[in-house]
Design a protein around this ligand. Sequence first.
Ligand code: FES
Length: 110
Amino acid sequence: MDNIRPVPDFLPALEAAALLPGKGETVLLAGKRIAVFNVDGQFYALDDDCPHRGGPLGPGWVEAGKYTVACPLHGWEFDLKTGACLTVPARPVRAYPVRVVEGKVEVGIE
Ligand code: FES
């Protein structure tokens, strides 16, 4: 039974219309700070805490064509789809599943 993965609970994070394309925002969900991003109408969610020195990724710089966000403190870049760190590959952040239901962006938290 060890191979059974938990199903995430999708929690409402924010109104989809409130997060403009190319922007990110930090929300608090289940006691965690989660950074939610809009790239051309597709939404992504990462842990908000940058693994370098804890900078908030929500207000980071979104690069729409690359699907990345750069930490606003020192510029480490992260892949919005996977959470991979492009600057220091050994220091990724967690990426969360996202869906939009009735105009609300929901993030899957296990
Ligand atoms: S705290 Fe994010 S790059 Fe330094």
